[in-house]
Design a protein around this ligand. Sequence first.
Ligand code: ADP
Ligand code: TRP
Length: 332
Amino acid sequence: MIASLQPSKTKRILSGVQPSGKLHLGNYFGAVKQHVEMQHEGQAFFFIADYHALTTLQDANALRECVRDVALDYLALGLDPNIAIFFRQSDVPQVTELAWILSTVTNMGLLERAVSYKDKVEKGLEASVGLFTYPVLMAADILIYRSHLVPVGKDQVQHLEMTRDIAIKFNRAYKEVFPEPQPYVPKQESRAKVPGTDGQKMSKSYGNTIDMFAEGKPLEKSVMGIKTDSTPMGQPLDPDKDTVFALYSLFATEEEKAALAADYRAGKIGYGGAKKFLKAKIESHFAPFRDKRKELARDPKTVDDILRAGAAKASAEAEATMALVRMATGLR
Ligand code: ADP
Ligand code: TRP
């Protein structure tokens, strides 16, 4: 293990996703799809952020179920546990030790500026200390594996800026332990901020999601519930201002997009028709993953074993970093 104390020369890619509900199309295009694609581009670490989920989910069975669901989602979508290190955040509890140490070099003002914290409080979430210091734990997640690149949706970029700030503060106060991680945001704006059924950013906490693995009636209900304007049938529609078209575009080829846009502008299609196209796209896109997911769900032991093996590898890396941190701070 001592051998891995040297900063790694391989690019390290890391990201986490909170197990606080079923994963939705925003999570897929903004995060999970990139994660699966990027697993070949360096040493990848992907984890299920169950410590973070405690800030919003206080139901033990629901948490366990959500963790299992997210694990199944990732594995079904093609995350290869032989290539990427895939684990559950709380299986590497050293991250909470690092979070404490980092909190001592983090300014209150930095956390007070966090948009996601302010948003959540505005939406009525009670402001616990954990919710407030959420970005410090996220910084610890990233820094404990001395990560270089963090693929996330646009809403997480501020957390990455805070992480860099905290890393710089630590490195300056003690010694250069942490690289300064960079966010990797999908270039296409449409993927970095996928709209929900009400046209706002799709998010579990806004109740406007379309679940990735929904099918049949529940999928139909979500898609048919997408808010549109009240232009009557037969009138031209503006594809650039429509959520159904925006979502369809995420799945369609350039030709398919152009064809639907032309029908919108010519008044040849109404929102109901467009929604049927969208539903068919979602269904066919996820069909092969859905089959794989069902197969994995029948074998919970394999999924547990994968997470446990991932945690063992992640722990070794975390311990190596913590040895440097404890030495640098005088805790050893
Ligand atoms: P939620 O907002 O539903 O709680 P999370 O905060 O758990 O989602 O996000 C998990 C990942 O998915 C993050 O990297 C986040 O940036 C990304 N993400 C979430 N919602 C969207 C969205 N509507 N568009 C693009 N990316 C998103
Ligand atoms: N805060 C992230 C989100 O809501 C989840 C997360 C926790 C994360 N720790 C992380 C993402 C570290 C990237 C890196 O999506």
